[in-house]
Design a protein around this ligand. Sequence first.
Ligand SMILES: [Zn+2]
Length: 415
Amino acid sequence: MITLDFGALAARRPTAQQSSSRKSLSQLSLAVARSKRIIVITGAGISCSSGIPDFRSSDGLYNMVKSRYPDVVMKGRDLFDASLFRDPTSTQLFYTFMAELKASIDAATPSPTHRFIKTLHTKGKLLRSYTQNIDGLEEQAGLVGTSSSAASKKGKGTLKNLKDIKSVQLHGDIHRVRCTICSAEYRCEQHHVEAFRTGEPPSCPDCSVRCQDRVARAARALAVGTLRPSIVLYEEVHPLGDEIGTISARDLSRRPDLLIIMGTSLKVHGIKKLVKDFASAVHNTPPPSLPTRNKTCVNPFSRKVVFINRTPPAGEWEGVIDYWVKSDTDPWVQKCEEDWKRFRPADWEVQGTLVGNPILSPNVPSKNAFKVVKRTPRAVKRELAPTWHLLDFPCTDYLPKYSRQRERDQTESRG
Ligand SMILES: [Zn+2]
């Protein structure tokens, strides 16, 4: 694994190693601009600058909520473990915590990194973004997510239009609520949040209607479920696990040409497996066929796995991750975009669409015969051409259902 020190960019008199890092960082930007099928995997680090509180830190949101429940003996990370539902008090604390977390997330806006991922999509380079975050900021930046209303069928948590989904939310979405019995899903509204804040979950309208119908027919009443945040806790299976397995299997077969991992410590079992599968696919993607005279110009970052994070990856990633960019994600995406604009300005040119009546009449001044109605980046027009369709690929069921399983020796609760 090669380390690229982002701090080298600021060095006034760079050492030989810093000069090498500078050159490599520019080559990496160019590789991003040239890639065609990028997979992005992200974690909590990309949302820090959006104002999402670090809910693991000792003086964070958790302690504020915990002060209302002095009798509960629980660590912050236990709030994301399904076993919390075994105890009524820890369940109450969970709901109160979720209400406060939702309020904080509602006040957040996408970071430069979220907008960069959207740019990759707009420029026709993003195969898919996979995130461990539950804040839905990718969707706010403009990507269709697994919990977007455009992607989900009404009611039950199943997906339609898999090909339109660009952001896969591996751990669910705090902006949705789901029934504990019938799995009906709703957008999380203010009245749900108010109920959570008291520690009590609201009951499920779907279940309530079915129960009332039966009672009206003098039949036995049915159990009514409660609504919980539609996030995936440790030891829980993702309700959309089958669909996520199908999407990732198809992405693996699409020969991704770059894997960018940002803002995650890669400590959750499910994400480790996903990264290893995609790294293997990226490394096995054949090189693009180049004219003989260009053979020496192959970018060293093409078909590579790049990790952008302030802290280094653990030793187990040796041989999986090729480059570690030692940096927060926002400064790196900003540099990457600046380089991209410099190296390939044509990718950023804006092109007008002309409409109008080309038959000039004497009553129409010639300068008004056409007018520019819409300015479209060139790459958007290119991307509009249907290049592939998810359903063209055979369904591969070899990927297990995505489940969120905690490592036994894990010290950190979220990736
Ligand atoms: Zn229900």
